[in-house]
Design a protein around this ligand. Structure first.
Ligand code: ATP
Ligand code: MN
Length: 478
């Protein structure tokens, strides 16, 4: 018989038929006469209730069916007598693929802390929470490709190993095959990277943007979607050392077009989640509400699905950096000295400032534009005022920065001057500058942190819980 997925079976259309399902036991409870097995195969958050007759299968056989044991079950699908499910399966044949010793299996059918599950990340997919998170992660990845494909963007695979250390977005991880104990040295005592694997010093990429620009200035619109590495020692709930980033780059786009795309992109991803992941979202919403019960009223966040709809239905606020500084300085929060970090024109906004603007002041997502050039990368388009660049950061409630982007400087002379001012070695980046030498065009792009998006969509609080195997300082387990 052909095996069916539990998601299909639960629709109830096959009542009266024999079906074969395969999966893992979530729970088993029993009475003298029957055992109830909740079976899950990962296709849905919902379990299939299997009814196993004790006399038929024997107590000896049934005692090996414990949480996380793997089973294949054939049975008659019937309308359920109990509440809580539409159908249940009366087992006629049960195959035990693998037992799971209940004394040793670390994840018990009770509530575990997320910290505990992080330490058991190799098994946490088997919990309802993480199966929901990773199904949504998959759905969002699919929706991203679909979004860009529908609009004629070309998916460009930019390299993970990079020879340019000028991307400027953060600390990098070195890639080398040299012997760390005995590296070849130059006369001045520095390491001789000409003898290294690539004949030069190389690192893991912090962004695919510079290569993305090469693609966009010929293919028109491209996007990257791949792993990104930052050796930043920031042990926060929003930073990973290895994360996934989506970086669209578009020829003939200016800042306005870039903002429009970013807003439409985020909204369409949220809409996709609402349209396709409702079971998982409802589960995560309940989970979140349980957690929030312990928090004081004014610290509780909006209900998850309501929050997603809210973002979908409201225009994002668009605001110049300079005005954001005014808003912050005029706030009671500032006057009462409640910000930890200073608020001054020219300094980068900290997460506390971003979240104040979004959560307390505007109560909507905010796109901040035109940042001081000193705090932004060399490639951003220089504005007429001589002080700011055409940057844009999208700020989300509960997260802070979810997208960072800009219009790029397309003028060769201005770009090279800025590189020199900022100590970026222009001579090593002739390949990049060629885009400005030959048929330069206005263009723009941005980077969306995939896990930051997932934090928002799933309502999870820690970025380590939305990537399967998190890499953070002092942690590369599994
Ligand atoms: P932040 O100030 O929050 O560290 P950033 O300014 O370093 O972010 P960008 O260099 O603009 O960020 O990167 C683009 C996007 O990548 C960010 O908006 C964010 O969504 C995501 N991102 C950046 N660093 C990390 C990280 N360490 N872990 C996860 N996502 C990240
Ligand atoms: Mn950063």
């Amino acid at each position: 018989m052909k095996r069916l997925k539990i998601k299909e079976v639960l629709k109830g259309e096959l009542v009266g038929q024999q079906v074969l399902v395969k999966g893992w036991v979530r729970t088993k409870r029993g009475s003298k006469n029957v055992n109830f097995i909740a079976l899950n195969d990962g296709s849905t958050i919902n379990n299939l209730q299997v009814v196993a007759d004790v006399e038929k299968f024997g107590e000896d056989f049934l005692k090996d069916i414990n949480t996380s044991a793997s089973l294949g079950i054939t049975g008659d699908l019937v309308a359920s007598q109990g509440s809580g499910q539409l159908v249940e399966l009366n087992a006629t044949e049960i195959v035990i693929y693998g037992k799971a010793d209940p004394e040793k299996y670390p994840i018990q059918p009770k509530k575990h802390s997320l910290e505990f599950l992080r330490e058991n990340a190799h098994l946490r997919f088997r919990t309802a929470t993480f199966s929901a998170v990773f199904r949504i992660r998959h759905a969002m990845a699919f929706a991203i490709h679909q979004y860009f494909n529908n609009r004629g963007f070309v998916y460009l695979h930019t390299p993970l190993i990079t020879g340019s250390d000028a991307e400027g977005a953060g600390q990098m991880f070195r890639v080398t095959t040299l012997d760390p104990k005995n590296p070849p040295l130059l006369e001045d005592g520095k390491i001789d990277y000409s003898q290294d694997f690539f004949g030069k010093s190389t690192n893991l990429t912090v962004s695919g943007q510079l290569e993305g620009e090469l693609g966009a200035t010929a293919l028109g619109e491209i996007y990257t979607f791949g792993p990104t590495f930052r050796a930043e020692n920031s042990n926060t709930a929003r930073h990973l050392a290895e994360f996934w980033m989506i970086e669209p780059e578009m020829a003939f786009y200016e800042l306005q077009d870039n903002m429009d795309l970013a807003e439409d992109f985020l909204k369409s991803l949220i809409k996709y989640a609402l349209d396709n992941c409702m079971d998982d979202l409802e589960f995560l919403s309940k989970r979140l509400q349980e957690e929030e019960k312990n928090k004081p009223m004014d610290e509780r966040s909006m209900e998850l699905i309501e929050k997603l709809r809210f973002v979908l239905e409201n225009d994002f606020i668009r605001l110049p950096y300079t005005e954001a500084i005014e808003v912050l300085k005029n706030s009671n929060h500032y006057k009462k000295n409640k910000f930890q970090y200073p608020v001054d024109w020219g300094t980068d906004l900290q997460s506390e400032h971003e979240r104040y603007l979004v959560e307390k002041h505007f109560k909507k997502p905010v796109i901040l534009i035109n940042y001081p050039k000193e705090i932004k990368a060399f490639y951003m388009k220089q504005n007429q005022d001589g002080k700011t660049v055409a940057a844009m950061d999208v700020l989300f409630p509960g997260i802070g920065e979810i997208i960072g982007g800009s219009q790029r400087e397309e003028d060769l002379d201005k770009l090279v001057t800025r590189m020199n001012e900022m100590g970026v070695p222009a001579h090593e980046m002739e390949w990049y500058l060629d885009t400005r030498r030959f048929g330069t065009v206005p263009h723009a792009g941005f980077g969306l942190g995939f896990e930051r998006l997932l934090l928002f969509v799933t309502g999870m609080g820690n970025i380590r819980d939305v990537i399967a195997f998190p890499r953070t300082p002092k942690n590369a387990e599994f």
